[in-house]
Design a protein around this ligand. Structure first.
Ligand SMILES: [Zn+2]
Length: 287
């Protein structure tokens, strides 16, 4: 029985890899249960997907994959993905890294922790970038850095506003220095975009930490955040251990960061699309 299942599973994934956007991939994503990290209630993924991955019981904003985030934000049928097939090499020959990437591609259909493309948000055209915390913690390696930079350059060339939704633990350990270099690369691209009069909305979701929070995520003209998201460079535990002091309640949460001026507005996920759409409309360039 186990062997038969194994064979079927292998066949299934080999078919799935041919095309990412097939019905079967969507079905896989909907299979299974998900436990709310807030109230510990269990829900089917299909139900949570319909509820924008907001817990129906406690209202906690649960993890959203990049593909689901694009579905939530972009108007139906408007999103055109770019550079979908880019995959990472193993520049440092880090042991096991290539195998890990291959396994993730086979089991999730994802090639890396980012999706980029052009689409409409509430009728407003924009270049959209979404990080995926379900793929190696959304860590920024060379593919994330390169795809994000290409997206910023595309937005600049086509006079499009830029919307980046961050969800990342920071740099990708397996790519070492190459990963850290992406901070400078993406920040420089944003700077150039900004100098050329580009408008950039940064959306911080849980978690936005490490090298991502220390580069492009904090460079938005407008910085929005989802409720109760962890936003900061080092995690609270590391800071507490370093300074040997207890941190204040809610430290590094979106609401705390809003109060202290790092975030312009905390926006509930159910209102995010509308708020972004309105901001894009207000900042629309008159040609
Ligand atoms: Zn809950």
């Amino acid at each position: 029985m186990g062997t038969l299942f194994g064979v079927k599973k292998k066949e299934y994934f080999s078919v799935k890899n041919i095309k990412e956007e097939t019905f079967s991939v969507k079905k896989t994503e909907e299979l299974g249960e998900m436990t709310c990290s807030g109230c510990k209630n269990e829900y089917s993924k299909a139900l949570l997907k319909a509820k924008l991955f907001i817990c129906p019981n406690c209202g906690k904003h649960l993890t959203v994959s990049a593909r689901d985030r694009v579905r939530q934000l972009a108007d139906k049928g408007t999103f055109k993905e770019q550079n979908a097939n880019m995959i990472s090499g193993n520049p440092l020959k880090f042991p096991g890294y290539r195998t890990k990437l291959k396994e993730l591609k086979e089991t999730t259909g994802k090639r890396d922790a980012i999706i980029t493309g052009e689409g409409n948000i509430n009728g407003q055209r924009a270049e959209i970038v979404v990080l995926d915390s379900t793929f190696m913690m959304g860590s920024m390696g060379t593919v994330v850095g390169e795809k994000l930079t290409l997206a910023v350059e595309y937005a600049m060339k086509n006079t499009l506003p830029l919307v980046i939704v961050s969800a990342s633990g920071g740099a990708r350990m397996q790519e070492g220095l190459f990963s850290l270099m992406q901070m400078a690369k993406t920040s420089a691209a944003i700077e150039k975009f900004s100098e050329n009069g580009g408008f950039y909305i940064s959306v911080l979701t849980n978690p936005t930490t490490g090298g991502v929070s220390a580069s492009f995520a904090m460079l938005g003209d407008v910085i929005l955040a989802e409720p109760d998201a962890l936003i900061g460079f080092a995690g609270p535990r590391v800071i507490e251990q370093t300074i040997n002091e207890k941190l204040p309640e809610g430290f590094q949460k979106s609401e705390f960061q809003e109060e202290h001026g790092f975030v312009d507005k905390v926006v509930h996920r159910s209102e995010l699309k509308e708020v972004i759409g309105k901001l894009l409309y207000v900042h629309k360039k008159i040609k």
